[in-house]
Design a protein around this ligand. Structure first.
Ligand SMILES: *[C@@H]1O[C@H](CO)[C@@H](O)[C@H](O)[C@H]1NC(C)=O
Ligand SMILES: *[C@@H]1O[C@H](CO)[C@@H](O)[C@H](O)[C@H]1NC(C)=O
Ligand SMILES: *[C@@H]1O[C@H](CO)[C@@H](O)[C@H](O)[C@H]1NC(C)=O
Ligand SMILES: *[C@@H]1O[C@H](CO)[C@@H](O)[C@H](O)[C@H]1NC(C)=O
Ligand SMILES: *[C@@H]1O[C@H](CO)[C@@H](O)[C@H](O)[C@H]1NC(C)=O
Ligand SMILES: *[C@@H]1O[C@H](CO)[C@@H](O)[C@H](O)[C@H]1NC(C)=O
Ligand SMILES: *[C@@H]1O[C@H](CO)[C@@H](O)[C@H](O)[C@H]1NC(C)=O
Ligand SMILES: *[C@@H]1O[C@H](CO)[C@@H](O)[C@H](O)[C@H]1NC(C)=O
Ligand SMILES: *[C@@H]1O[C@H](CO)[C@@H](O)[C@H](O)[C@H]1NC(C)=O
Length: 896
């Protein structure tokens, strides 16, 4: 049970820590592709549970004090065993018998002190043996059976001599490292055990070596490389050493840091009979190089003179170095280089002169360097000041491709300064003090130039022609050159149709035209960070926002960090479909317009850190977040409310995007309840059901709509509402009509008409009374009013005694003050009090509704259609009208 549990624990641990290929044992060794890494595990025992087919085992940095052969029997396939950095003091000769395939054995940093003759007797397949950093003293022949050994490291031991055996052996050895021992002399008989060996490298560095006995190095079968760094060699020792090397196959000789202060003609004489190709003389106190000291080193290809004190390089110092391809004179305190000093080096391809302090470049300084490809003249402590059209004239015959003159206090480049360098591809003028208007002629003649670095100079003023002579340019760096305005037409970049990288960052740039980058269809990287472009994208910018990115169809990387942007026009990134990296960090952005990033579907990396962003909404980021691999949006004042970040938190839960600092630098700012809590800890469960909010939204919208409806209704139909309202109120308050019977009324209708219509009324209504069997009785003012009572009273009484009220609507009626003010009012009042639909309108004239309303406060719409009658124009319709009138008079007056 416990075993199962622990293996389960192991399995899960291994799943956590390793990829699928690797398995972890109980000892936590990492096993991958038959390689077991058991280092740094404080092991005291050889792990016994590793797969038996492992071929490499690293048990270094543990606490093993022996390597018992029987504990390796399982691992007989091992070809590599690293037991370094343990506390081994003894080796068992049987180890190699158990591990017959072993090729590499590393035992460095142990406490081995004695190697018996048979200790490696079975290790004939061994190719590499590292015994460095032990306390070994060699007696007899411990290595004599290592017939295939190629590399033997015995550095940092207690060897007193080079003698590793008394008989010829180690035929296959290529590298022998004996550095950091106590070897004082090289004797022939102490190296002749290597008489059948071809060494490519013998390292004797850091030994107190001061005596080279005659024939010592010739005792070695072949010696191709000798390293003697970091010791003290006098001039005489060096000379003797070189004599000992004469006639050998030596190719590489390193004498770095050997305190060699002078080189004489005789110093390297011994090397003249060799094929030496590489000589390292760096870090010496080399002061004097006697003329023609290197003569005879005609095979030398690499000469390193870095970090010396060679003050004067005369015209013959380098005489004879006709094969040198690489010359390093960095920081060699060279003050003066005579004219034609390099003329001997006709094969030189790379010349490094950084960190020196010449007075000037003389007209023939580089003459003869016809094969020079790479020239580095950086960190010129005296200062190059002005580059004239003469400065590089001595390179006219070269095919220089790379020129680096950074940090050389250049203040001005004159017209035609590089006209000699037609092959130049890369020109680095950065970190100088150039202060000038670039007219374009500075770069005349650079017809193959691809890269120009001008970054970090004092002040460069660009003009439309600045780059007119270098249309082949691919990369242009103008960072921090105090070029604060690019308000130039036509744009200085227009000739650069091949440009792929442009850096104009850190310029405090505030002014540019929207066509600045037009035509740069190959531009892939644009650096505009640390400028002052905020105004250009403001809504309020005169002449609308400046959309200067619009033509950069192939842009991959855009850096707009730290520009003070607080507004972004929605169309600013439109068309930038290729954009992979967009940096908008360190600005003042708060609200980003919806669909701002809609064309950035393939963006990999979006940086918006240190802005004022409060909310992360789907309508802005939904599309751009889809393929994002990295997002940096930390240090914004996030508003931890459902509306602002719930979509973001949801996205965090499912995304694979790398978001550095998510668990430290994405903090809520508002509301105060969540201040300084982590955004990723924001609980979105209450947001998931947004129904309450939706409901609230719906209710409030409905209410507002309703209110608007009511207002409109009241405005246009208010009268009708008021009318029905009053009617209803009357009914409720008890003015209810007792639907009086026909008999209760004295008249069928009271007729209201204008005085001027009297004749028409008499003519048309009185005959109706007579003709009709139904006995209709109208109340006519003139005829039926009781005598003796006032006209007011009479009118009121008559209206009360009539079942219906007929209005004879004419233009006259509308103007008749008596009718308007009194009769109509009472008629309507009556109708209201009795809750009766008792009014009939007869229109003699065509009166529009608004006039009717205006004059009498009545509208057609107040009445049932059958109660509105129009006096027919044609005579033959009068009968029909009478019929309609009768129907209206007979209709019930109840309001339903
Ligand atoms: C070697 O194996 C034996 C028995 O398996 C064990 O007791 C011993 O501790 C092991 N020694 C080392 C150094 O692993
Ligand atoms: C090595 O052995 C392990 C089991 O111990 C086995 O899973 C693996 O396939 C073997 N590898 C090879 C290359 O034989
Ligand atoms: C070097 O050798 C010359 C003669 O060969 C001798 O005069 C000189 O003293 C020697 N210098 C040193 C430092 O041993
Ligand atoms: C130097 O090289 C040449 C040609 O490769 C060869 O003939 C000559 O033997 C070499 N000299 C020495 C000392 O190795
Ligand atoms: C270098 O040459 C100048 C004269 O050109 C001379 O004054 C000076 O002593 C020389 N320095 C060395 C170290 O040879
Ligand atoms: C520049 O040169 C000076 C003096 O030669 C040296 O001390 C300094 O380290 C150099 N700086 C660089 C960056 O190479
Ligand atoms: C170099 O510039 C000078 C003026 O400064 C001019 O007279 C001369 O012709 C120019 N030389 C070349 C080769 O352009
Ligand atoms: C360039 O080569 C030509 C012809 O070989 C020669 O006349 C001229 O002096 C050389 N110029 C330089 C600066 O090396
Ligand atoms: C020019 O040299 C400087 C300093 O040595 C180095 O930093 C820079 O990268 C070099 N320029 C190029 C283009 O390699």
């Amino acid at each position: 049970m416990r075993a199962t549990l622990s293996s389960w624990a192991c399995l899960s641990l291994s799943l956590l820590t390793c990829s699928w290929l690797c398995v972890t044992t109980e000892n936590q060794c990492k096993i991958r592709n038959q390689v077991a890494d058991c280092s740094h595990l404080k092991l005291k025992q050889i792990p016994s549970d590793l797969p038996i087919n492992i071929t490499a085992l690293d048990i270094s940095h543990n606490q093993l004090n022996k390597l018992p052969p029987e504990n390796f029997t399982k691992y007989s396939q091992l070809t590599y065993l690293n037991a370094g950095s343990n506390t081994l003091s003894k080796l068992h000769p049987e180890l190699c018998q158990i591990l017959p395939l072993l090729k590499v054995l590393k035992l460095q940093h142990n406490q081995l002190y004695e190697l018996t003759d048979n200790v490696f007797s079975s290790c004939s397949s061994l190719m590499e043996l590292n015994l460095g950093y032990n306390i070994i003293k060699i007696k007899n022949n411990p290595f004599k059976n290592l017939k295939n050994l190629s590399i033997l490291d015995l550095s940092h031991n207690r060897l007193l001599s080079t003698k590793l055996g008394s008989q010829t052996q180690l035929e296959s050895l290529r590298e022998l490292v004996l550095s950091e021992n106590r070897i004082t002399e090289l004797k022939r008989e102490e190296l002749d055990f290597l008489s059948n060996t071809s060494l490519t490298r013998l390292d004797l560095s850091s030994n107190p070596l001061n005596k080279f006995h005659t024939g010592c190095l010739r005792a070695i079968g072949n010696l191709y490389g000798l390293v003697l760094n970091n010791m003290k060699l006098s001039e005489n020792d060096t000379e003797k050493l070189c004599l000992e090397l004469s006639g050998t196959r030596i190719q590489n000789l390193s004498l770095s840091q050997v305190q060699l202060s002078c080189i004489y003609k005789s110093t390297f004489q011994g090397l003249q009979t060799t094929n030496l190709t590489s000589l390292n003389l760096s870090k010496n106190y080399l002061l004097t190089i006697e003329n023609e000291s290197f003569a005879g080193l005609s095979n030398l290809e690499n000469l390193n003179l870095e970090d010396n004190k060679i003050y004067n390089l005369t015209s013959h110092s380098l005489y004879g170095l006709s094969s040198v391809k690489y010359l390093n004179l960095r920081r060699s305190h060279v003050r003066k280089i005579d004219d034609f000093a390099f003329r001997w080096l006709s094969h030189l391809e790379e010349l490094l002169l950084d960190g020196n302090s010449f007075q000037e470049i003389t007209p023939n300084m580089f003459t003869g360097l016809d094969n020079l490809k790479y020239l580095s003249l950086c960190n010129w402590t005296n200062g190059l000041q002005i580059i004239t059209n003469k400065t590089f004239s001595s390179l006219a015959n070269s095919t220089l491709q790379f020129l680096n003159v950074t940090k050389s206090r250049i203040t001005k480049i004159e017209s035609g300064a590089f006209s000699w360098l037609g092959h130049l591809r890369i020109l680095d003028l950065g970190l100088n003090e150039i202060n000038q208007v670039l007219t374009g002629h500075e770069f005349k003649g650079l017809q193959n130039i691809e890269v120009i670095y001008l970054s970090y100079n004092k002040q460069l003023t660009l003009t439309s022609k600045s780059f007119a002579f270098v249309p082949s340019l691919r990369k242009l760096m103008l960072r921090k050159v105090a070029c604060s305005s690019l308000d130039i037409s036509p744009s200085p970049f227009h000739p650069l149709q091949n440009l792929t990288i442009l850096d104009i960052s850190n310029n405090n740039l505030a002014n540019l035209k929207d066509d600045l980058f037009d035509g740069l269809h190959r531009l892939e990287i644009l650096d505009l960070q640390h400028n002052n472009l905020a105004r250009l994208w403001k809504h309020a910018n005169p002449g609308s926002p400046v959309l200067f990115l619009k033509d950069l169809l192939n842009l991959h990387v855009l850096n707009l960090k730290s520009n003070g942007f607080d507004e972004i026009p929605v169309q600013v990134f439109k068309g930038l479909f290729q954009l992979r990296i967009l940096d908008l960090g360190l600005n003042n952005l708060n609200l980003l317009p919806a669909s701002l990033f809609d064309d950035q579907k393939s963006l990999n990396s979006l940086i918006l850190q240190k802005n004022l962003i409060t909310s992360i909404e789907e309508k802005v980021f939904g599309i751009v977040f889809k393929n994002l691999k990295e997002l940096e949006m930390d240090s914004n004042p996030f508003d931890c409310t459902c509306e602002s970040i719930s979509w973001f938190v949801n996205w965090l839960n499912v995304t694979q995007t790398n978001i550095p600092g998510l668990d430290t630098h994405y903090l809520c700012n508002t509301p105060s309840k969540y201040h300084s809590t982590l955004v990723m800890h924001f609980d979105i469960s209450p947001c998931k059901d947004s129904a309450p909010f939706k409901l609230l939204y719906i209710i409030s919208t409905t209410l507002i709509m309703l209110l608007i409806f009511i207002v409109i209704l009241i405005h246009f139909e208010g009268w009708r509402i008021a009318f029905y309202w009053t009617v209803s109120v009357n009914r409720v308050l008890g003015f209810t009509e007792i639907d009086r019977q026909q008999e209760e009324f004295d008249y069928d209708a009271y007729i209201i008409h204008a005085r001027r219509d009297r004749k028409w009324v008499s003519k048309n209504f009185i005959p109706l009374e007579k003709n009709d069997q139904s006995q209709i009785r109208f109340c006519l003012e003139e005829r039926d009013f009781e005598a003796g009572i006032s006209k007011f009273e009479a009118t009121i009484n008559s209206i009360k005694r009539s079942r219906k009220i007929i209005f004879v609507v004419t233009e006259h009626l509308l103007k008749d003050p008596w009718c308007k003010k009194f009769k109509v009012y009472h008629a309507v009042q009556q109708a209201i009090e009795q809750s009766r639909d008792s009014i009939i309108l007869i229109f003699l004239h065509d009166i529009p509704d608004y006039k009717l309303n205006h004059a009498l406060c009545l509208r057609r719409g107040m009445f049932k259609s059958r109660c509105i009658l129009d006096w027919p124009a044609q005579k033959e319709r009068v009968n029909a009208f009478h019929q309609q009138l009768k129907m209206a008079l007979k209709s019930s007056s109840k309001i339903h």
